[in-house]
Design a protein around this ligand. Structure first.
Ligand code: FER
Length: 293
């Protein structure tokens, strides 16, 4: 039995190899943008390995009616260890990349394991994590030419705000103010998080972009009113692999923020490209920073 559990854990941890995100080496990116990085502090060994004898969270799939898309859509939900419907929780919306769907984080990033380990050490606030399908179109499967669907990633802004968030707030006992809502994501989901999170600072106090993709708006569009962003955003946090050809999306925002005096973090993950090593690190660090104000 123990062996079966270990085999299963190894399979789940190894699932990163099957992630559907494209490999984007540095040469494929734009000319590099110079910026000052924040220090990389390594994640502990086995932070993403299942641990015996700790309390575990649970996972479920929810379905919600989307007026935006006109379909019933799925999302994966992580409930923290000792979840109680009598307790009120903050919510992190955690978004996937161009090759994925509502299961991508689960398969490649094992967020449940990362969070269970954080909770076992008392390092994160209790939170519900919602992992939606960020491709807001009728057929939202990650099949065929996934690049052709990037308009659907922009359309998800409306599905998220008008359909999913209200659904989650009806289904679960969650706080509904911005101080208890965060958005973060990998690649296309990182771009979405920056685009939506900074455009709707009344809804999201915490914004995370992990290896954000070319759907990321220009810094001047993301932060048109520097004083407003300084006053209303609590956390703007990014990470990207040093070998990732998409670094320029994060670096140009970091350079702009530094120039304008907007608090912003960008960590360069050493030696890694466009992959789940970086994205797991992103979740591990970001989850420890949110909902603590
Ligand atoms: C692109 C390169 C990469 C692009 C999107 C991506 C829309 C997304 C990658 C991912 O989500 O992993 O030119 O254009």
């Amino acid at each position: 039995m123990k062996k079966a559990i270990l085999t299963l854990a190894a399979l789940v941890c190894g699932a990163a190899a099957f992630a559907q995100e494209p490999n984007i080496p540095r040469m494929m990116g734009r000319p590099e943008v110079k910026c000052d990085f924040d220090p990389y502090v390594a994640e502990p060994a086995r932070f993403d390995y299942a641990t015996n004898g700790i309390a575990y969270g649970s996972l479920e799939t929810v379905e919600y009616k989307s007026e935006t898309v006109g379909t019933v859509r799925k999302a994966t939900v992580y409930l923290p260890p000792k979840y109680s419907p009598k307790k009120k929780y903050p919510v992190l919306y955690l978004l996937h990349g161009i090759g994925g769907d509502h299961l991508e984080w689960l398969m490649g990033g094992t967020p449940n394991i990362i969070m269970d380990n954080l909770y076992a050490q008392g390092l994160a606030q209790d939170m519900i994590i919602v992992m939606p399908n960020g491709r807001a179109q009728e057929d939202d499967r990650a099949i065929g030419n996934v690049y052709a669907g990037s308009a659907a990633f922009a359309n998800f802004e409306f599905d998220l705000i008008n359909d999913l968030i209200p659904f989650i707030q009806k289904k679960y006992n969650v706080y509904t103010d911005k101080a208890h809502r965060a958005v973060a994501g990998l690649s296309m989901g990182g771009g979405q998080s920056l685009n939506f999170g900074l455009a709707h600072m009344d809804l999201f106090a915490y914004v995370g972009g992990f290896s954000s993709a070319p759907n990321t708006k220009q810094p001047e569009e993301l932060i048109p009113d520097v004083a407003k962003t300084k006053a209303e955003n609590t956390l703007l946090w990014m990470v990207c692999g040093s070998e990732d050809g998409l670094m320029y999306n994060s670096a140009r925002l970091k350079a702009y923020c530094d120039q304008k005096g907007v608090p912003c973090t960008l960590i360069e993950y050493p030696g890694e490209g466009h992959n789940f090593v970086v994205w797991k690190y992103g979740l591990y660090k970001f989850a420890q920073l949110i909902f603590k104000q």
